[in-house]
Design a protein around this ligand. Sequence first.
Ligand code: GLU
Length: 449
Amino acid sequence: MNAYLTSVIEGVRTHHADEPEFVQAVEEVLTTLEPVIDQHPEYEMVDLLNRMVEPERTFTFRVCWMADDGTWHTNTGWRCQFNGAIGPYKGGLRFQKDVNLSVMKFLGFEQTFKNALTGLPIGGGKGGADFDPTGKSDSEIMRFCQSYMQALYRYIGPDVDIPAGDMGVGAREIGYLFGEYRRLKGCFENGVLTGKGFSYGGSRIRPEATGYGAVYYLQNVLAHEGEDIQGKTIACAGFGNVTWGICKKATELGAKVVTLSGPDGYIYDPDGVATPEKVDYITVMRASGRNLVKDYADRFGVEFHPGEKPWGVKADIMMPSAMQNDVHLEHAKQIVANGVKYYIEVANMPTTSDALSYLQEQPGIIVAPCKAVNAGGVATSALEMAQNSERLVWTAEEVDQQLHQIMNTIYQMSVDAAERYGLGYNLVAGANIAGFQRVADAMMAQGVF
Ligand code: GLU
């Protein structure tokens, strides 16, 4: 392996041994960049890679909030502004009880490459808090969001950093966060957050965008194999916004999502989450704050598998769309044994390193990487920013058309990048190389700092 690349990876392993998710994300990206680094010795002269694996800045702050019973609670909040070379920092906020700095940094690092892949002018950032929204009342959520924004507002802005949603942060939370920002700043500032409600500057299609984008990307992969999405079965995970968007678009195109999962297990619906009532029920489950997928099984009388993950089911396409490290080596082996041909990552880093290596070694399965597949969400956020700054509103058709085009371009850029470096049809390396190249060009042009 290239000596410079090896030394950077070794450095990250040594100095960030207490940040396993971050180390995993860095290793997975850097190891695919070898042919690029070989051909660009100038990068080592300016230590480009060590600069790229160090966030430009990270904020940690205290968030205190009052529960409905009058007791006070304290959480930790973060915002990691990873790389702003190609535009203001952009990325979601994750509210989940077990997040930590390692998770923030892995997500910020991934976001930088993902955002670069969209071709739009957005840098990479991520944030969140170790707050558990499960079972919290609406007023508790509002008070938490207001307190969170009181700490965050001085570090963000429409030309600085534009946060959005992620796990535990949906349209409701964005509304409370934006309301507090507006109250503190006394101005609208082009909406500053994305994922807003349509009544105050949100974009049409943003809620659906990550899921729709993932399906558009999938269609490109299927077309490459001479296949069509019509009639295909898909195993998904989670029951958040992303999975909801996949269900909607897959149904529209004649495919069936047959599994959903939650912290309590997974459901198997052989008829598919494929009627308006079933698709809508995903939003009902989400809004209930219970975080239990068993509710779907109870409502529609389908199988529920407590404590299990859906990766052993027989389906044409696997789309892990819940969270990081959800698919382990034993699942990967089962997926291969089941003869699955398409493994389409959707959540950020949903596959453990050993499982991903194993899947990539199998000749019969195509692996598509999350940072390309899920980039439609943040791309549509950039379209929301464009509408806000132009004080325009685009129709759903206009946004959807642009989203579709962006996903096709991301796919093609990835295919081309891998081929240019002699790697063949390699969607994982291609996405990393295409994203890296854009950030690298911008950093090289802006001098060393
Ligand atoms: N959290 C989402 C992502 O990972 C959305 C980010 C955004 O829209 O800024 O891309």
